[in-house]
Write a protein that binds this ligand. Structure first.
Ligand code: IMP
Ligand code: MG
Length: 185
């Protein structure tokens, strides 16, 4: 997509709704309840991976009832259209010492597994009290490095999705649902 994208082209790219807003809301409510129960009053640090996870983070943190702090990291897995280059770069790091925290990484989607594999290694080396990974979406068929989240709200087949924080060429993050992207020219 580029700045000359017409409204017609924009709409054509949204192939079909895969997960509705209502389904996402219900799954997040449930996940928030489970997380709150399992930490049983212990404070947690939610670390969202920008940009894709910003919408999920905003909704998930409001479904959690134990005390929690919010932090952000920015990771870029360089994308050309809908294919990943395999290079993961941390462009913004945390500014707190995480050794005093139970950390939960909040991610939008696990695809090849490279991004989270790198981030988990990096954060584990900083000795948090505990470290878990919650992802909104999981595409297990696409894994190139072995990685399993502690919690995945939805498992989807191998197609490119947009919406609810996820982009293609920086567009579509503001869609309130998850849609399949129309890759046809
Ligand atoms: P991984 O390192 O291949 O697991 O990729 C993770 C990152 O790639 C995610 O955090 C997303 O930002 C992006 N990504 C992977 N699959 C999709 C997709 O279907 N739509 C949009 N972004 C995606
Ligand atoms: Mg992304």
């Amino acid at each position: 997509m580029d700045e000359t994208c017409t409204m017609e082209e924009y709409n054509r790219r949204i192939k079909r709704v895969v997960i509705t807003k209502e389904e996402i809301d219900a799954a997040i409510k449930e996940a928030g309840k489970k997380i709150s129960e399992s930490y049983d009053g212990r404070p947690i640090l939610l670390v969202s991976i920008l940009k894709g996870a910003f919408v999920f983070m905003a909704d998930l943190c409001r479904a959690i009832t134990v005390p929690c702090e919010i932090a952000f990291m920015c990771a870029k897995s360089y994308y050309k259209g809908t294919t990943s280059s395999g290079v993961v770069k941390i462009t913004m790091d945390l500014d707190q010492d995480i050794s005093k925290y139970h950390v939960i990484i909040v991610e939008d989607i696990i695809d090849t597994g490279r991004t989270l594999n790198d981030i988990v290694k990096l954060l584990k080396a900083r000795n948090p009290l505990s470290l878990r990974v919650v992802t909104l979406l999981d595409k297990p068929e696409r894994r190139l490095v072995e990685f399993k989240a502690d919690m995945a709200l939805f498992t989807i087949p191998d197609f490119f999705v947009i919406g609810y924080g996820l982009d293609c060429g920086e567009y579509f993050r503001n869609l309130p649902y998850i849609a399949e992207y129309n890759c046809n020219e």
